[in-house]
Design a protein around this ligand. Sequence first.
Ligand code: PEP
Length: 251
Amino acid sequence: MARVKFVAGNWKMNTNKAQAVELAKGVVDGAKSITGVEIGVAAPFVYLDAVGQVVNGTNVLLGAQDAYFENNGAFTGEISVAMLKDLGVKFCLTGHSERRHVIGETPELVGKKAAAIYGNGLILVHCVGEKLEERDANKTLDVVKAQIDELDNKLIDDPARLVIAYEPVWAIGTGRTATDEQAQEVHAFIREYLGKKWNTQFAEQVRIQYGGSMKPENARGLMSQKDVDGGLIGGAALKADSFLKIVEAGK
Ligand code: PEP
């Protein structure tokens, strides 16, 4: 069965409420005529409700950028998966490089969050990727493998609800993109490793997104690679027209 590409915007800590709603409306309008690609927007927590009112019930999935692993209780400032579901959130990121390397999340914490997101019924978009010095030291595949090992293969049993986003850290927000071949090489490795960790039939169905300065000009080349099943888009997702051009490139 062919994998349906999944293109998702990661708005990060951008927009105000009015801009978030405007952007969501632009994406929903443009997405109406698009079939054959799954589309999502991961909005800041505080705008999820407002953005959800625009996208829920359309072909644009509401996403969150993070979630805490406990359901409720004395965890000041944190947001649970149950709270996200209450607002209509359908997918949630874990392990984004900014959370790993800027906020300082440990692999253990990322793993607990991944388990909570998947275990509570959302689509899990688990981000992996190497830093520049790790690529230069030929450690890319080891890094990616260790980050995939944050996932509990006894818990995760539905390939449709697992998405891996390969995002080389040196390509995020830098304007520097992996070449089509560099992306495909790592994506093929990821699929092979998923096959070992689960089984090949499961691995064949998991979507592996590319992220890192994807834009309308390079999206088609990247997404035409055999194992590139969509994109996680930062900067270029902040304008509806550039985001929609990337979505179109995934058709
Ligand atoms: C991201 O943060 O997930 C990302 C891919 O950002 P950008 O597209 O801006 O590199």
